[in-house]
Ligand binder design. Structure first.
Ligand code: ATR
Length: 277
């Protein structure tokens, strides 16, 4: 009997996750035989659900909100980028039976910006809105691209400065509250707050986006998010949402599990065309 390799995404809620679709498209495209399902897992059941999944022969898991910090704790070992981000979105069964934790969100974002949209990071003035888990996951891979400055702005200013302190050895990073953004300009503004999902925006001063600058919302939806709309209203060269990042982080996870790199462009185009119709 041949057993098909099993993968899944755990989250709460998980009903609208696009991950099963994306991974099935990758598998089809690369000729890999695997199963990928979505499982509703509340935080209280995370430990037992992950243990059961691997005990029953599962090969790899994606973990999404609100389980990434729990997955970080669960992993037996972690990649360096996961170590810093204190969150894990990919668990992979290793040959010795241990579980490796990685975080592919940041590299997914950077790949989408650089490869899919030709938005440079080197030498740029970059602003991240928000100082929660989503910001933490992307800071390391962004600093690696050597921006001129990286600023974290947050409603709770202390959280922004503490987060910046954690990464200050890696590059020119500072953190403060939104009021300090007055009279400053950035070439790229990334929204990593959860505000956009509920149609809200942090208070952003006029003139914050430099001429020719770009906006990127880590969140995505069928309609443009509040922040994507803000970017368009503020004359961004490009104002994008996180669909490309979602597909790129999935491709990185697929590579970790299968050793094969799927093409992301056709999958992004397909998902984009579906939400436009
Ligand atoms: P995630 O893991 O998605 O980052 P989180 O850790 O709860 O979620 O962080 C949510 C982020 O969105 C925080 O930076 C939060 O700001 P505070 O730290 O001040 O709470 C930010 N956020 C949420 N709603 C917001 C709003 N209406 N305006 C501005 N920032 C908001």
């Amino acid at each position: 009997m041949t057993l098909v390799d099993r993968y899944a995404v755990f989250g709460h809620p998980i009903k609208h996750s696009k991950s099963p679709r994306i991974h099935r498209l990758f598998a089809e495209q690369t000729g890999q035989t695997l199963e990928y399902s979505a499982q509703e897992v509340p935080a209280e059941q995370f430990q037992s659900s992950v243990a059961a999944f691997f005990a029953e022969g599962g090969k790899g898991l994606n973990c999404t909100v609100p389980l990434k910090e729990l997955a970080w704790n669960y992993a037996d070992s972690k990649t360096e980028r996961a170590q810093f981000s204190k969150a894990v979105n990919t668990l992979a069964l290793q040959a010795d039976g241990s579980i490796l934790g990685d975080n592919t969100d940041g590299i997914g974002l950077v790949t989408d910006l650089l490869n899919n949209h030709a938005i440079p990071l080197l030498g740029m003035r970059i602003l991240i809105l928000g100082a929660g888990g989503a910001s933490r996951g992307i800071i390391g891979p962004i600093i690696e691209q050597s921006p001129q400055t990286l600023v974290i702005a947050n409603r709770t200013a202390d959280k922004a400065s503490q987060l910046a302190d954690e990464f200050h050895r890696q590059g020119p990073i500072t953190g403060y509250g939104y009021e300090t953004l007055e009279n400053k300009q950035f070439d790229l503004i990334l929204n990593a707050t959860s505000a956009s999902l509920s149609g809200q925006l942090p208070p952003l001063p006029a003139g914050l986006l430099a001429s020719g600058g770009n906006c990127y919302d880590l969140a995505y939806g069928n309609e443009p998010t509040a922040f994507v709309r803000w970017g368009l209203e503020n004359h961004a060269a490009k104002s994008l949402d996180g669909l490309g990042m979602l597909v790129e982080q999935a491709a990185e996870a697929f590579f970790i599990w299968r050793g094969v790199r799927p093409k992301t462009q056709p999958v992004i185009e397909l998902l984009n065309s579906e939400r436009q119709s």
